[in-house]
Design a protein around this ligand. Structure first.
Ligand SMILES: [Mg+2]
Length: 271
């Protein structure tokens, strides 16, 4: 049997391997307003997933200099801090992707930092600050982490994931796609094609979203990476995205037209 991701790659004529995002934001997550989320919802997007580090907040491995410049009076640690703009955008997103006041918003965080191991005791405080502060669950390989507890997957999904025999569910691996496919269907009743993935990295977030059939929204990093090698890779990633934008070549998504992508990008750039 052909793996679903490979089948998708073959049937798209390798276009899904593209490193070009469907939407490239100049202003990061904070530039996405209620109007933009609604526009995506009208196109048929029903669920939104966010990367965490350098998309929503300063990463833990950022230099002390960078962290010092992001210390907030509301947060004792820079890497726990998400800006008001980010919090407002995630809050607007929750409202748009919630069918009724009693329904669960179809919004979550999927981060490589915690998807394999779950939330360890050393990272629990940090995870709680995100889950509670933004009011969104964190998806891990063993279940949904929300408010100090893990809500495990159903036995059926647990067995299916175990059968994969994978011990690494990090992006952009195929096991991560299988995890998301099962977990999103079970909790939100949505397909990957109806899901948007928002992240700062091209080689992980964008490629993962494209391979998995999701709408890829690239934010660029919030702050410079600590390692010199990574800074070089990020510069190349930015060149790839900007060259795609200049040439006006876009990866095609079945639900979101190029016109809608361009409209969101230009409004984001002007914010
Ligand atoms: Mg990131």
């Amino acid at each position: 049997m052909v793996h679903p991701v490979l089948r998708r790659v073959l049937s798209s004529g390798f276009k899904s391997v593209s490193l070009k995002p469907h939407i490239a934001l100049q202003g990061g997550v904070a530039s996405l307003t209620s109007e933009h989320w609604s526009l995506l919802r009208e196109c048929g997007i029903r669920c939104v997933l966010f990367d965490r580090d350098n998309t929503l907040a300063v990463p833990q491995n950022a230099s002390n200099e960078v962290k010092d410049s992001h210390i907030s009076k509301n947060s004792p640690r820079a890497d726990d801090f998400f800006s008001e703009g980010v919090a407002a955008s995630v809050s607007a997103c929750r409202k748009v992707f919630q069918d009724s006041p009693a329904a669960t918003p179809r919004v979550a965080i999927f981060s490589n930092a915690s998807c394999n191991t779950g939330v360890s005791s050393t990272h629990r405080d940090r995870a709680n600050r995100f889950v509670k502060g933004l009011d969104v669950p964190l998806l891990t390989a063993s279940g949904w982490y929300e408010r100090d507890a893990v809500l495990p997957f159903s036995d059926e999904l647990g067995r299916k994931l175990k059968k994969l025999g994978a011990d690494d569910f990090r992006k952009p691996g195929l096991a991560a796609t299988c995890l998301l496919e099962g977990a999103l269907a079970e909790r939100f009743g949505v397909r990957l094609e109806e899901t948007a993935y928002v992240g700062d990295r091209v080689l992980t977030d964008v490629m993962f979203a494209n391979l998995s059939g999701m709408l890829s929204i690239w934010t660029g990093p919030l702050v410079p990476e600590a390692s010199g090698v990574l800074r070089g890779i990020l510069a190349l990633e930015r060149i790839t995205v900007m060259r795609g934008a200049r040439q006006q070549t876009r990866t095609t998504h079945p639900l979101v037209s190029h016109e809608v992508s361009a409209r969101i990008e230009s409004q984001s750039a002007n914010k």
